[in-house]
Design a binder for this molecule. Sequence first.
Ligand SMILES: *[C@@H]1O[C@H](CO)[C@@H](O)[C@H](O)[C@H]1NC(C)=O
Ligand SMILES: *[C@@H]1O[C@H](CO)[C@@H](O)[C@H](O)[C@H]1NC(C)=O
Ligand SMILES: *[C@@H]1O[C@H](CO)[C@@H](O)[C@H](O)[C@H]1NC(C)=O
Ligand SMILES: *[C@@H]1O[C@H](CO)[C@@H](O)[C@H](O)[C@H]1NC(C)=O
Ligand SMILES: [Fe+2]
Length: 485
Amino acid sequence: MDRRRLLIPLLHLILLCFVDDVLSGRTSSYIRSEYPSTDIPLDNEAFVVPEGYNAPEQVHITQGDYDGKAVIITWVTNSEPGTSEVWYGTAENKYEFKAQGTTTNYTFYDYKSGIIHHCLVDGLEYNTKYYYKIGTGSSAREFWFQTPPEVNPDAPYTFGIIGDLGQTYNSLSTLEHYMKTGAQAILFVGDLSYADNYKYNDGIRWDSWGRLVEKVAAYQPWIWNTGNHEIEYRPDLGEASPCKAYLHRYSTPYKASKSTSPLWYAIRRASAHIIVLSSYSPFVKYTPQWHWLREELKQVNREKTPWLIVLMHVPLYNSNQAHYMEGEAMRAVFESWFVQYKVDIIFAGHVHAYERSYRVSNINYNITSGSPYPVPDKSAPVYITIGDGGNQEGLASRFFEVQPDYSAFREASYGHATLELKNRTHALYHWNRNDDGKHVPTDHIVLHNQYWASNTRRRRLKKHRKIPGNASLIAKYEELLDVLV
Ligand SMILES: *[C@@H]1O[C@H](CO)[C@@H](O)[C@H](O)[C@H]1NC(C)=O
Ligand SMILES: *[C@@H]1O[C@H](CO)[C@@H](O)[C@H](O)[C@H]1NC(C)=O
Ligand SMILES: *[C@@H]1O[C@H](CO)[C@@H](O)[C@H](O)[C@H]1NC(C)=O
Ligand SMILES: *[C@@H]1O[C@H](CO)[C@@H](O)[C@H](O)[C@H]1NC(C)=O
Ligand SMILES: [Fe+2]
């Protein structure tokens, strides 16, 4: 028998023994058998085109207002514009209400998009299941969604977090595992279709991606954010307007948070205030995004929304050789605000691996004086890099050695996370590696809210494993850690 075939189950066994332990300051040695990082062929059933003349396809929804009483429903028709109406109601097959949408379409080099419909459905009740119907006659299609509870500090709510998804078999596996979690909305940290990796940025791969994610995105809102694969800046093809496909295809409720760009905005949902930042738009002092963020942070009311969550594409703390230091410019501009406002957690993608930090800041560092090292900081966010959705570029498996002290756990596997907000003080966070046909909860922590639980004593670790790095510094980090023991 091949020795490797013996070794891998053995490794599994060893690792399973660690799953319930605290995984701190650790680089996982998990070796995964992965699907090849190639896109699923266009004729695969994952991309099936719905039956019927001009049937709506690529259906997806997102939150449509600031507080969760509206959705924006988007879909594409390919033969003719057809209708942009959405029929909806609270009972199945009984559509009492109608909303009127708008259409848009675009070309990209030699690609010509279908007709893209965007329809705002507002004035909804909280905590209610709505059924909706789009398209006409025998081509009409029906879906449903559930509105969130009213904004309330103790409203429980579960978010899924996915990044850098793409359209490979690994992407499909991520989606399928996510669907089993019971999470209610997705925080998406950028890099959607990877269509830009095709010759002339073939827009057909934007269409196939829309069909791939429909089974989730038609039923629950995805809170969108852009990554570098959305930029599609190709002046050589006569396409010099950044994010052209993304901006036509994906709506965000940016005006509701007084943003002037769909690329950065905020929403409130249940007990969370979610801020979406654009890593690829200007953010230095005095730019529109900087002004907007300064004002939005003042709007955050932790008495109403205890959980303050920030999404961006490029991580500010990353010990992977891929995209190392790319977040440093934004860190220099925004990190002191994240500490000042006690952000609970920051999710980023971009690096095709998983990494979680301790609560750390480097705001004392400046170019004239100060310590140039990140230090434990109880007011700082936890930084999560989760660019591991499973796109065609494969995994970023080369982490820097030695693992920096601020890095709590890192592993180069595909997966997704869930964040269960329980009440104003507690949240459970899980990262799930999606491997070997089952989902494996791999990294889990209890988060203590930075506003409401800042004075509660944090639980100390029960077990200490021998970990590399500065032991006294790590002990300091661990005291600030929100770890499930
Ligand atoms: C949009 O679609 C209409 C109707 O099919 C077509 O006439 C028009 O040229 C398209 N516009 C762009 C920019 O592709
Ligand atoms: C630079 O950092 C030092 C140490 O934290 C601090 O005392 C000083 O005020 C900072 N300088 C500026 C211009 O922010
Ligand atoms: C908040 O949730 C945590 C975890 O489920 C629980 O232990 C705690 O008792 C809850 N607090 C309140 C005030 O309900
Ligand atoms: C470990 O960290 C502590 C606390 O920051 C520091 O005082 C000490 O010099 C460090 N030790 C080493 C060996 O780097
Ligand atoms: Fe990226």
